[in-house]
Design a protein. Structure first.
Length: 318
């Protein structure tokens, strides 16, 4: 019959038993599977197991082989870059460099491979969550109700009178989606006419200040900031799924989605939450985060921008 954790501690404290090795075999024989797992997370018990290795087995007793539980790989912080006076809002990768929307200073900056910061484009009106393809960076100008395109040298503007503070754009070939902050909507275009999904509210398919949007496959992912969640829609605007409510996010400002995972920045709680695409929480990242606004994956790294500390934090999967 399994013994309780207090009984385990009592046995461990019997130093005379530990010296003989008898208590170790008795102890491990009585452990539940969960208690055996806990052995490897308790320094005192690990030390006792090491003693066991050097002890002879009592007569008629075989040493018990306990498998070391495998530790799943997770995203670990590997580097921080000071962004000086930049107030980072959005992040994208274009022509082998990271680009950051500096919302407070109304500019687009480039972070080179050498780690230097270059101001490339000024006189924007509060640039927000960026996207890019092989030819352009797409810049939603929140204060001007336009979507700008920048090829690295020249900027052109596309006026969208139907918008009231575009907070994000996602581009997938000729398909686009835009988060309309003050209208609490997502605008969607497959190359012809724009159509709008959603309205202000807290129900499924409704939004409360959406701040980021991403097209992925046949779905639209929305950072529904002040409903504190991520919503998933199909391309006809039908609600499919809500992610993150159980984790009690507080201002879901940015998202990034790949084929397996969804990353969401939880602004007020200073964390990034990592989910599988079924909505199951896989990891909570808190290392070096202070008011994170956006997250991006490039190759085997994820990049998170901190609005609070004005830093870029880099993580690798280890």
């Amino acid at each position: 019959m399994p013994i309780s954790t207090p009984q385990i501690i009592a046995i461990i404290n019997r130093v005379d038993w530990v010296a003989s090795g008898e208590s170790i075999y008795f102890l491990l024989d009585k452990l539940t599977k969960q208690q055996k797992m806990n052995v490897y997370h308790n320094t005192l018990l690990v030390a006792v197991l090491l003693i066991m290795i050097g002890c002879d087995s009592p007569k008629g007793t075989e040493k018990i082989a306990v498998e070391t539980p495998s530790i799943a790989a997770q995203w670990q912080e590997v580097e921080r870059i000071d962004l000086d006076t930049i107030a980072p809002i959005g992040l994208t990768y274009f022509k082998e460099n990271l680009w950051i929307a500096d919302g407070d200073n109304n500019q687009l900056v480039k972070l080179t491979k050498a780690g230097t910061i270059e101001v490339v484009l000024q006189d924007l009106e509060r640039p927000m969550h960026l996207d890019s393809d092989a030819d352009y960076i797409y810049i939603p100008e929140y204060g001007k109700d336009v979507i700008s395109r920048f090829d690295g040298n020249q900027k052109t503007e596309e006026s969208m009178e139907q918008l009231d503070a575009p907070a994000s754009i996602s581009v997938q070939g000729t398909t686009r989606a835009v988060a309309d902050f003050y209208h609490h909507q997502i605008w969607y275009n497959e190359g012809e006419n724009w159509v709008a999904f959603g309205e202000k509210g807290k129900e499924n398919g409704q939004f409360h200040y959406p701040t980021d949007v991403q097209l992925m496959g046949d779905k639209i992912y929305v950072a529904d900031a002040y409903n504190h969640r991520v919503q998933v829609l199909d391309k006809q605007g039908k609600w499919l799924q809500t992610i993150g409510e159980a984790e009690k996010m507080n201002a879901t400002t940015g998202i990034y989605v790949n084929e397996k995972e969804l990353f969401a920045t939880d602004f007020e709680n200073n964390r990034v939450l990592v989910y599988d695409l079924e909505g199951n929480l896989q990891q909570t990242i808190t290392e070096q985060l202070e008011k994170p606004t956006d997250v991006l994956q490039v190759d085997q790294r994820i990049y998170v921008i901190n609005y609070g500390s004005k830093e870029l934090v880099i993580y690798e999967y280890q």
